[in-house]
Design a protein around this ligand. Structure first.
Ligand code: HEC
Ligand code: HEC
Length: 148
């Protein structure tokens, strides 16, 4: 192995060690909490979806809207996307569902398509069902509406 490579690896290891040690000093907590890597933690409570109070407002203009209905029964896999049954034009009209955004028909090269772009296929990558859940980790995030 070339010598430089060994030195470089050592430097990287030291750097990671220093960063990890500092993270501990700051009292940062992960979603796992105090539970060690090899231990099994207690499963978190199941959060009830909030489907009764209408739509939650978006936290900022470009935010993906949250899903105001149940989605347990809607399959999304390589071939099937049941969300599109209601959210694709023109079926959305008879279903009374909002059409997916025009941005969802544009592929990564900026080409406008007549079907949902593959980059938007897995809806739940960005859209999550709304729930009245407590924050998992304390943070200072404020909605753009509150900041004004
Ligand atoms: C049976 C039809 C149907 C299916 C299937 C369906 N939806 Fe919906 N969706 C609706 C309707 C109707 C609304 C509007 C509800 C309202 O106005 O309260 C809606 C609202 C939404 C919204 C809110 C849009 C906004 O502008 O606020 C999102 C996001 C959404 N759905 C995502 C999904 C995703 C993701 C899936 C698949 C996992 C899905 N939907 C499957 C009918 C459907
Ligand atoms: C990569 C992230 C991403 C994915 C994947 C994605 N969306 Fe969105 N979606 C957004 C964002 C961001 C917005 C709001 C900004 C915009 O309109 O582009 C949005 C907006 C919407 C809206 C509101 C449209 C409107 O005009 O108010 C609906 C409905 C929606 N998406 C449904 C879906 C469905 C159904 C899928 C899966 C087929 C999906 N989205 C996949 C990010 C995403």
């Amino acid at each position: 192995m070339p010598r430089n490579f060994i030195f470089f690896s050592l430097a990287v290891l030291l750097l990671f060690g220093a960063v990890a040690a500092q993270a501990q000093d700051n009292g940062l907590q992960t979603l796992r909490g105090d539970v060690g890597l090899s231990e099994t933690g207690v499963a978190p409570d199941v959060r009830r979806q909030n489907t009764d109070s209408g739509r939650f407002t978006r936290a900022y203009r470009q935010a993906p809207p949250m899903i105001p209905h149940k989605i347990d029964a809607y399959e999304i896999d390589l071939k099937v996307n049941q969300c599109m049954r209601c959210h694709d034009w023109p079926r959305n009209v008879e279903e009374g569902a909002p059409k997916i955004s025009e941005t969802h028909y544009i592929d990564r090269d900026g080409v406008a398509l007549d079907y949902v772009a593959r980059t938007r296929w897995f809806c739940t990558q960005c859209h999550v069902p709304q729930a009245n859940a407590a924050t998992l980790v304390d943070n200072d995030f404020r909605s753009a509406i509150d900041v004004e």
